[in-house]
Design a protein around this ligand. Sequence first.
Ligand SMILES: Nc1ncnc2c1ncn2[C@@H]1O[C@H](COP(=O)(O)OP(=O)(O)OP(=O)(O)O)[C@@H](O)[C@H]1O
Length: 516
Amino acid sequence: MTAVATAPIEAPQSRAIGLETIGMTKIFGSLVALDDVSINVRPGSFHALLGENGAGKSTLVKCIMGFYQPTRGTVLVNGTETEIANPKIARDLGIGMVYQHFTLVPSLTATENLVIARADVPAVIDWKKERQSLDALFDKMPFRVPLNVPVSSLAAGEKQKLEILKQLYLDQKFLILDEPTSVLTPGEADEILGLLRTMTDAGDLTILMISHKFREVTAFADEFTVLRRGQRVGGGMTGQVSVQEMSKMMIGDMKLREQAARKEFTGQPVVLDLAGICADGDDGLPAVSAVNLKVHAGEIVGIAGVSGNGQSELIETLSGQRELSDGRFFVHDKPYEPMRQQMAKLKVFGLPEEPLRNAAVPKMSVAENLAFRSFDQPPISKGRGWMSPGPMRAKARELIASYRVKTPSPDEPIQNLSGGNVQRAILARELSTDVDVLIVANPCFGLDFASIAEIRGQIMDQRNRGAAVLLVSEDLDEILELADRVAVMSEGQITYVARTTETDRNTIGQAMAGHH
Ligand SMILES: Nc1ncnc2c1ncn2[C@@H]1O[C@H](COP(=O)(O)OP(=O)(O)OP(=O)(O)O)[C@@H](O)[C@H]1O
């Protein structure tokens, strides 16, 4: 690490760290992902980083964290030019990052995860003492996370809290948060962001938060920067700029897709029938208990619930990733087993959570990933297992264009796409043919607001065409906007079902909290 003084060192007023990037540029092959980006994150500020999917937000923070070496540009830490060659150097400087995905070791407890994450972890650990000091730390926090059970048994919201607590435990002074609230309920999000805001106000911490949620940005951030196509296109104090102005900075003059009209149906047949579905969780205990639910043609049934109440396991059973311990599925009254051939025959499609992990082969190209549904059918299949690259690429180009997937070419490994663009690519693949049943879990996770309008529009189009849609979402607004009926899942069971027009947010919220 070299530390060259380039400017008078701004004596930090507080323990928090100030950080600037100057002319940050990152080029991948022929793609300029970051183009001369200078941002200034003052010590003790809560700074939001905004931009549509693929704008360069992750690339910028990865350059700051030392995951990527910038093609050009420098980082100043507390006014001093600092080369951050790898994440360990960032961490030693007090710069920590909380990712969208989890980094905790699932088989270890929260206590074990935190203690082994420390740079000064002793050779012989006095676990009793460590637990006591952790208890003392957590006594100061407005929420608790179970410390002594394996992390794999924690709900997504608890894991995310723990990721943030880990950084506070490691005493980092500059935290980069990559969409930290995606898996949290609005209440949990407010709790965590509120705690962090108290710490920035006290001058103990600086936050740089990537977010697509304007509500959180205006409620908790004091400053913001907007990136578009790799460039800094705006920024300022959040209190002085309206949400409309911020969104215009993000997307320019692009027109948003209008909310699709809901087509009225009467007397539609049941297409998807979940009959007494039971399944165990990773810990071997029942996670889904006797779920009965019918979804009609031309209907969206939204499953709401606090994460960790069996929704993920239910979706996994429907996509064949988890075995049933009891119960059956029927599609058009025929027994349905979630295997590739039956899915194709009965036209069952889906977008699971974390599509890069669950629905893509990261190292394969975008074109190959887009062809997974059709590689064994003409024109892509030439028979006897041979694939035709020409038609495959042509089909990929068509889907890339109509779903506006941002990729340098169809041949790019899909893992190089931004998170939102992976999501769009998988949805393009799943919606590209005739769909009878569509199963989607948190389809707008990590998407910018323009893409959300696009994806929700696509889901509504499928419903209007007569598909039966099962939508699991942690975003109640999404369910209220899209679903015809809402079902609440609590402790593995469906505890409440109502037509969306005949219920309200409060009643659903109470059911989600287990009051039914
Ligand atoms: N390792 C890589 N190799 C090639 N291209 C990459 C790589 N990482 C990112 N890119 C490209 O750089 C551009 C910026 O991506 P980045 O992930 O920074 O966007 P983002 O603003 O974080 O988007 P999102 O909101 O979808 O996460 C995208 O076009 C992406 O495909």
